[in-house]
Design a binder for this molecule. Sequence first.
Ligand code: AOF
Ligand code: ZN
Length: 361
Amino acid sequence: MAQWTKRDRAHMKRALQLARRGLRSADPNPRVGCVVARGGKIVAEAFHKQAGGAHAEAAALARAGRAAEGADVFVTLAPCRHQGRTPPCAAQLAAAKVARVVAACDDPNPAAAGGLAELRAAGVRVECGLLATEARELNAGFFMRFEKKRPFIRLKSAASVDGVTAMAGGESKWITGTAARDAGRKLRARASAVVTGSGTVLADNPALRAPNQKRQPLRVVVDSKLRAPPGAEIFAPPGPAMVVTACADENLFAPFQKRGVRVRAVKADAAGRVDLGALAAVLCEEECNEAHLECGATLAGAFFAAGLVDEWVLYLAPKILGRGGAGLAGLRLPNLGAAVNFTFHGARRVGEDLQLTLRPD
Ligand code: AOF
Ligand code: ZN
């Protein structure tokens, strides 16, 4: 196990900071940052901005020029060994004659793996694992896609403090304040896909776009019986959209397909609804790292029941809306022992509301 100095940690921290700049743009690629240092001083740094663009190491090496020779390179993901949309980073690092490469963690993508071994074979000092937890957390969805064959699923909900998301008459605009709503919309922008149900499309006709973004997440409507109107806002450009259904009658797909909306049929569960495991597998095929779920209590409840909520971001408004309205999770549980348990991972005030972040136990 390599022993890392304070300076090493500081360089990797900086690389992680750089990687975060790709939070909303790198998709479907991981967010990666890179620092080139000599004698403890940073001589070049870069991050991976978007798929098809230079990888973090390639961009940093280009900036470092001849200064890369003999340098220490800190990168938040092991350098790739493959020719993808761009040339392999490991070979470029070796050709630049860097002295040492420190990676925060390995690349889970089998197509890209093997870069560190190649560098080692080329005589470069190689270390891996510095700030690995932080690096994996930043790309939790990317790791999940390769390791579990499904995306990291983040559910976003908003309710009054007594857990009401809409009044009995359907009125739900707006329970939380503008700051919380903006924060919720901003969360969409980091996701590969924004997922909702046909119930929400029929009730609210939301667009579910990410605000001010060049890269629009894929918008996915879970629609077991193809009830959503093809003319709904969510299917309109800009940005791609897709329907995932349990309906096998392909004749019913045409009105969506005519609008450029893809339809994927998956297996139904016992109740005839889209099997959520199959949906997750479809999202994985679509190279979704993070899926942002914004939906009503029924679909949210089904995701909870399936154990497919990896993070729950819940906005709570300081008001009581009373009985009769819709709740957060349409789950029917037999007793307290059957409760779905979480740990609070974060809590902060957003405008007049609270943002709670929960992860399942
Ligand atoms: C790196 N540095 O900055 C990133 C890496 O198709 P490409 O060429 O964009 O390759 C994508 C894959 O490369 C991606 O799935 C992941 O395994 C790795 N990403 N690797 O060395 C980077 N973004
Ligand atoms: Zn690379």
